[in-house]
Design a protein around this ligand. Structure first.
Ligand code: ZN
Length: 342
């Protein structure tokens, strides 16, 4: 649990994944035969198999959604842009950390108009992020510029909590959960195949790291490890998101209505067989929205057979996501058995 907590709390907005790279490198140094980073920032841990045996890539994106300093106004308030898919209403009155490139990290708060002076019409409207700002306590632009700089990355502040029923709550479970699964699989696999454990960069802003690393490694088989919507709480209908927390990993058959990935039968059958033969629970998922690194990977070069296995997670893309460590464990087992059976 300590490792999951460390991963969740570590900052790693798209393009600034170095802290996650450091954790992965530290964790896998005794497991991998070789660990390298590429020019994009992806980290690749290789566990060498037998000559002429297949190669398998496990891809887990390291980046999380966040914000970036765009402009500092005359009164020292920070205007920001969003990085990754963010619902504007999630932002209001959050506390954030600006990872300053000119000094210590700066705590900020996304300010808003008090209820006392908002009209009834205003109260019912969602405030757009473009109308929000971050207060860092500076008295003017000059002082603010000594604290932060244009382009500094911003993460949401949160806590990590252990919930009952082996559940956890924290920020960036999308996709530190996938990073955790990737590392555990690499530690546990016992296979003739060569396995690449990869932490990818910039998934949330266009599946970028996965694109370049899969071209470099050109594996015979790949798995994207991520999180997916858990449709088991108020406000979401069962038919909108049928996968639920606690019933095992989601094996994705299609995402983004097929515009993302349509999983090929050989990969689907490999995963289903691994689940059935080893009594590992799993759920099959067909989704209309969202996609993963798997989409970029399977279209690389001449096409790479790719599976996507995701941990059901509530409140994805907020600083307060919830998932089950039982599902995490079963995801690790499913992928490990699938690779061991090659
Ligand atoms: Zn993700």
């Amino acid at each position: 649990m300590e490792l999951m907590k460390e991963l969740s709390l570590a900052p790693g907005v798209s393009g600034s994944e170095e802290e996650i790279v450091n954790i992965i490198t530290r964790e896998l140094k005794d497991v991998a035969d070789k660990i390298e980073t590429d020019s994009m920032g992806n980290v690749i841990a290789t566990k060498k198999g037998q000559k002429k045996a297949p190669t398998v890539m496990l891809a887990a994106h390291m980046d999380e959604i966040g914000l970036m300093v765009k402009y500092i106004d005359d009164n020292g308030f920070i205007i920001f842009t969003t990085i990754g898919g963010i619902n504007d209403q999630m932002l209001m009155n959050q506390t954030v950390t600006i990872h300053s490139t000119v000094g210590e990290p700066v705590v900020g708060v996304i300010g808003s108009k008090p209820p006392h002076v908002t009209s009834p019409e205003e109260r019912n409207k969602i405030v757009k992020y473009k109308d929000m700002f971050i207060d860092i306590g500076a008295k003017d632009k000059e002082e603010a510029e000594k604290m932060v700089k244009i382009g500094d990355k911003i993460t949401f502040n949160s806590i990590f909590a252990e919930y009952p029923n082996n559940r956890v709550m924290g920020k960036a479970l999308d996709n530190r959960v996938g990073c955790y699964v990737m590392m555990e699989v690499l530690k546990r696999v016992d296979t003739r195949a060569t396995v690449y454990g990869v932490g990818t960069v910039q998934e949330e802003v266009g599946l970028k790291g996965a694109k370049t690393v899969s071209f470099k490694l050109n594996p015979d088989l790949a798995f994207a490890l991520d999180v997916t919507l858990s449709g088991d709480h108020p406000g979401i209908k069962k038919d909108e998101a049928p996968v639920v927390m606690g019933e095992g990993p989601a094996v994705i058959l299609a995402d983004a209505s097929g515009r993302g990935i349509l999983t090929q039968d050989s990969v689907k059958n490999l995963l289903i067989k691994a689940g059935d033969e080893n009594d590992i629970p799993y759920q099959l998922e067909v989704s209309d929205g969202g996609t993963t690194d798997g989409t970029a990977i399977h279209l690389t070069r001449e096409g790479i057979p790719t599976g996507v296995v995701s941990v059901p997670t509530r409140y994805i893309h907020t600083p307060v996501s919830v998932c089950s460590m039982d599902d995490v464990e079963n995801t690790i087992r499913l992928i490990t058995e699938a690779i061991n059976s090659l």
